[in-house]
Write a protein that binds this ligand. Structure first.
Ligand SMILES: Cc1cc2nc3c(=O)[nH]c(=O)nc-3n(C[C@H](O)[C@H](O)[C@H](O)COP(=O)(O)O)c2cc1C
Length: 336
């Protein structure tokens, strides 16, 4: 919403809704599948899951797909607030259309405050980190703030403080990665979403999104095998000798239904934008959460029975710029 300009209100609302969708696209998504579609109709934006982009092997229930869509929904909300609207969100508004994830109505709102604008400015700065972190600690105030952010969105952030617990989560990630690399269907799915360097695709995890050499940290959380033995990856400027694992965080929810997954995605993105604002970055390691036995084990032993949705490492990155891509907005938007 532009204050004091002469554009007719409905045209202005449509233009702003489109801007908000352009921001929403910059959400993280599993393997950069970007599994979303947006409908624009007057002052309403709808968000739907694009189930053709679900990972049938790693994510048959669509849990990670909905977490990804939840992150896009948070960006949409943040962008609309920065444009001066109050977004009214209804999650899963129609039980007969389970792929319709949210209706977002644009209502006139407050003039955005500085914090709203600062959060919005992080949407296109944020990148997934894939490597170790600098020794600088995450300030206690930031940790308290992101815990609060997660709770405001209906999830909870659990830090693995105990070195043994951190080590166990790293070992479970290693076990899951080992099994997935040796399971043909998993390996084929990764290959489908990690195109070779000269690709013209605008999705998937591409060569400049991951380092050629990942520094060993203690404990070590293995990366996904996007390069598949080809030696692909961005040249790394990191001093591989001094990288640390950073804080190990689990994002958990009380329930484990589609609405919980959408809340997780919104909580995660709120946390990530706050972290980006403080020049922190997050690495994701969700391999173990894709193996049902390991996910149950993590729930029972490290989450007090709550449902682990995401495993993140958080810290001060070494400053190298990893790249990412997005599909053009025309591919995901439908105006009616
Ligand atoms: C549900 C979910 C799971 C993810 N799991 C991993 C993971 O295990 N390893 C990884 O390197 N990145 C993971 N990612 C990050 C995505 O690969 C990343 O968001 C995507 O490639 C787009 O890049 P960007 O976040 O830098 O924009 C995950 C993201 C989401 C939303």
């Amino acid at each position: 919403m532009q204050y004091g300009n002469a554009v007719a209100p409905s045209e202005q609302v449509s233009a702003d809704a489109r801007k908000a969708v352009e921001d929403a696209l910059w959400a993280p998504s599993v393997h950069n599948t970007q599994p979303w579609r947006f409908g624009l109709r007057g002052a309403r934006i709808t968000l739907s899951a694009d189930t053709d982009r679900r990972l049938d092997v790693a994510d048959p229930d669509g849990r990670e797909m909905l977490i990804s869509c939840g992150a896009a929904l948070y960006n949409l909300r943040s962008s609309l607030r920065a444009l001066g609207y109050t977004p009214r969100v209804r999650l899963l508004p129609d039980p007969d259309r389970p792929h319709l994830l949210a209706d977002v109505d644009l209502e006139p709102g407050e003039r955005p405050d500085q914090q709203t604008l600062r959060e919005h400015a992080q949407i296109r700065r944020r990148r997934t980190h894939r490597g170790g972190f600098r020794p600088d600690p995450v300030p206690a105030g930031v940790l308290a703030a992101i815990r609060h952010d997660a709770e405001r969105e209906g999830a909870r952030l659990v830090e693995a403080v105990d070195a043994d617990v951190k080590g166990a989560l790293a070992a479970l990630t290693t076990a899951a990665e080992h099994v997935q690399q040796r399971t043909g269907s998993h390996a084929a799915e990764i290959a489908r979403w990690a195109p070779s360097p000269r690709t013209s695709r605008t999705d998937g995890v591409q060569e400049r999104a991951y380092p050629q050499q990942v520094p060993q940290t203690t404990p070590h959380f293995p990366a996904r095998d996007f390069a598949r033995g080809h030696g692909w990856g961005a040249p790394s400027s990191q001093d591989v000798g001094t990288a640390l694992a950073g804080l190990t965080l689990l994002l958990v929810t009380g329930g484990d239904a589609p609405a919980d997954w959408l809340r997780t995605g919104q909580a995660m993105q709120r946390v990530l934008l706050r972290a980006t604002e403080r020049d922190l970055a997050a690495a994701f390691h969700t391999q173990a959460l894709e193996v049902p036995e390991l996910r149950r084990f993590i729930s029972a032993h490290f989450c007090n029975g709550a449902h682990p949705q995401m495993l993140l490492r958080l810290g001060v990155p070494h400053g190298e710029e990893l790249g990412t891509v997005r599909r053009p907005v025309e591919e995901v938007i439908e105006e009616t």
